[in-house]
Design a binder for this molecule. Structure first.
Ligand code: URA
Length: 201
């Protein structure tokens, strides 16, 4: 079965899983190239994403698309999703039990797409892979988790609130093509299994 067929099956399974929390909101499974080399992972859908059933389609999403285009890539070439696949009420932060409930599905989604580089967007997504990391300290650093490079960056919504964060986000994006193409990039931080959730890949 090809990657898209496997993803379609996983989406169907999620839609039929009544044990998942936040079922009053729509499922925002993710979209993009089913064999993408780079996967962007945000926190949870917001108002616009819930309405359209697509990830990152509000103002933060527009900025994400712009950052992707600025490095010469297209949104359709990468894969975009979230750690929690339904909108928490009033856009509150996802709860630990919500992140845990959606965890096995994200792990399978990553397994199917099998990207070389995972880019967590913001603190929640970063801590999903790197529980001990701090966003201000560790964004823009490359972590080797299992065989994958994990490259956390600021959340686009945070960049909409601060010009300093926006500048850093854009600088981090400029480094992405090299991180993808050059597997020998310096300053890779290899994490021990107890410091990373490497069983998730
Ligand atoms: N913020 C996120 O983290 N994900 C989205 O899909 C939209 C906004």
């Amino acid at each position: 079965m090809d990657h898209q067929a496997k993803l379609d099956e996983l989406k169907k399974e999620m839609a039929e899983d009544f044990s998942l929390p936040l079922r009053e909101s729509n499922l925002v499974f993710g979209e993009g190239n089913p064999s993408a080399a780079v996967m962007f992972i945000g926190e949870a859908p917001g108002f616009h994403e819930d309405r359209l059933g697509r990830p990152f389609v509000g103002r933060g999403g527009e900025l994400l698309s712009k950052c992707i285009n600025e490095i010469g890539w297209k949104r359709e070439d990468v894969y975009i999703t979230n750690i929690v696949k339904r909108r928490p009420p009033e856009n509150r932060d996802p709860l630990p039990e919500e992140i845990d409930a959606y965890r096995p599905y994200l792990a399978r989604q990553i397994d199917i797409i099998d990207p070389a580089v995972v880019v967590p967007l913001g603190r929640f997504a970063m801590n999903y892979f790197l529980p001990e990391a701090k966003i201000t300290r560790d964004q823009g650093k490359i972590f080797l988790v299992g065989a994958k490079r994990v490259y956390p960056v600021f959340h686009p919504a945070a960049a909409l609130r601060s010009t300093t964060v926006l500048k850093t986000l854009k600088e981090s994006f400029q480094k992405l093509p090299r991180i993808l193409s050059d597997t020998s990039v310096d300053s890779v931080i290899t994490l021990t299994p107890e410091k990373a959730q490497d069983s998730l890949f």
